[in-house]
Design a protein around this ligand. Structure first.
Ligand code: NAD
Length: 348
């Protein structure tokens, strides 16, 4: 197997991994280990070319540094990618990639991401100890979605307090995009808190279930972003807040769990200019990585650790929204600056 270093000025270590005998080409990007070992998932996609795969690994690993720091976890940011159609992966390919991860000696921990299954991660784990999100094992953390949803629910309440002066969600309307692993838990919590739900999902069965369970009103997937509501909670896909959609929004705030909701950095400012309060996604959805962290850090009292870290994230979000209001700036810009400060390695 050929493992070669790739130059990337903003990253600590990036390697290209190649093993032609098993059809493997991929990258491991370690953005920062200032706060601890880099953690972030392994993704397999039919990228257009190597440059696109590398770009994804660099961007996502940086995002993980910020997300882990926002959650005040002793973890850095990393991400790995394999080029190719996930239908074409083989145990030999995954095992080879596992050996490449192992060669970094624990500076990078991987987990499941797009194109990977728990079974695939078990194959990777056969070659390296630096794998989290496993279904079995002493510290196995299981499905992170309920914890992610808990964090988003708190983020919605905090955002409501800043935007409306009260975190009471009784009678508030929340438009919810996506009723998957995270969205369905969030819908239940919002319903129990007395919120009125307007939902959309491309999977009609999930919409029917939410109508029955939570009395939710359903709209077509292409209509959800223009629904009049108090708060929009995006819990499906990324880049939904962009030049085209932001002018169409009819909400006072956005707080949800989807990763990378802003298409570009300028979209945070666009929301701010429209007076729409945005809870930065990498703060609001930190519950998932907190749950995974209990496995990496081998935490015995998982529930206690999760409670403590989720409470810390609440404080962080509250401060970000306060500072954003004081400075009349986008909370996303404030969040990046606040969390970025934590990433500066303390002087030895
Ligand atoms: P999921 O795949 O279980 O659910 C996504 C849902 O969105 C599905 O029901 C899908 O049908 C629906 N959907 C897809 N495109 C849609 C569209 N255009 N309009 C409406 N609905 C659409 O995923 P998940 O685990 O619930 O994660 C949701 C989002 O939250 C993702 O962006 C994910 O990266 C992010 N996230 C998840 C976790 C976690 O713990 N699962 C943690 C952090 C962030």
């Amino acid at each position: 197997m050929k493992i070669t270093e790739v130059m990337a000025p903003e990253h600590e270590t990036v390697v290209r991994v190649e093993e032609p005998s098993v059809g493997l080409t991929g990258f491991v990007a370690v953005h920062s280990t200032a706060l601890g070992p880099a953690a972030g998932g392994l993704r397999m996609r039919p990228y257009a070319d190597e440059a696109a795969a590398l770009e994804d690994a660099l961007r996502l690993s940086r995002g993980m540094s910020y997300k882990n720091a926002a959650a005040d976890l002793p973890l850095g940011g990393g991400k790995s990618v394999i080029l190719g159609d996930p239908a074409r992966k083989s145990p030999e390919m995954l095992a080879a990639f596992g050996r490449a991860i192992d060669s970094l000696g624990g500076r990078y921990w991987t987990a499941e991401d797009m194109g990977m299954s728990p079974e695939d991660m078990a194959v990777v784990a056969g070659e390296t100890a630096y794998v989290a999100g496993l279904p079995h094992g002493e510290y196995a953390s299981g499905d992170p979605s309920p914890i992610t949803a808990r964090g988003i629910f708190s983020a919605i309440r905090i955002t409501a307090r800043h935007r409306f002066g009260s975190d009471d969600l009784t009678g508030r309307t929340v438009s919810l995009q996506g009723l998957g692993h995270v969205g369905v838990h969030l819908a239940r919590m919002l319903h129990e808190a007395g919120a009125r739900l307007v939902v959309a999902d491309t999977d009609a069965a999930r919409v029917t279930a939410a109508r029955e369970a939570f009395g939710a009103e359903a709209v077509a997937p292409e209509a959800i972003l223009a629904v009049e509501a108090d708060i929009l909670a995006p819990c499906a896909i990324g880049a939904i807040l962009n030049e085209k959609t932001i002018p169409e929004l009819r909400v006072a705030a956005v707080a949800g769990g989807a990763n990378n909701q802003l298409a570009t950095a300028a979209d945070g400012a666009r929301l701010h200019a429209r007076g729409i309060l945005y809870a930065p996604d990498f703060v609001a959805n930190a519950g998932g990585i907190i749950n995974v962290a209990t496995e990496i850090l081998r935490i015995s009292d998982r529930a206690g650790y999760v409670d403590q870290k989720l409470a810390a994230v609440e404080t962080t979000l509250d401060r970000i929204l306060t500072r954003a209001a004081e400075a009349d700036l986008s909370p996303n810009d404030i969040a990046e600056a606040t969390v970025g400060e934590r990433l500066v390695r303390p002087a030895a």
